[in-house]
Ligand binder design. Structure first.
Ligand SMILES: [Zn+2]
Length: 83
């Protein structure tokens, strides 16, 4: 069996742009499996498609607002029904 691939990637905080080193794990098929911040002070934002990071000091509301700004629609999990 093929093994998961681990790479260290620099990613900027989604709110302020501060760069964090992130250990990202990909499946043999290239899908994002897991990511862990290596730089202190950062945390990973759960996302199935891409590694996202934010500083610990940003409140959740600020992170969600930035997420919505950068990736419109990606952070929504509530159903919006339009007739
Ligand atoms: Zn930040």
């Amino acid at each position: 069996m093929a093994e998961n691939r681990k790479v260290v990637e620099p990613h900027g905080c989604i709110v302020c742009g501060r760069v964090y080193e992130i250990l990202v794990v990909y499946t043999p098929a290239g899908e994002l499996l897991d990511c862990t911040p290596l730089t202190p002070g950062g945390r990973v934002i759960p996302d199935a498609r891409r590694p996202l990071v934010a500083c610990d000091r940003h409140p959740e509301s600020q992170v969600q607002a930035a997420l919505e700004h950068h990736y419109p629609g990606a952070a929504q999990d509530e159903d919006e029904e339009k007739d």
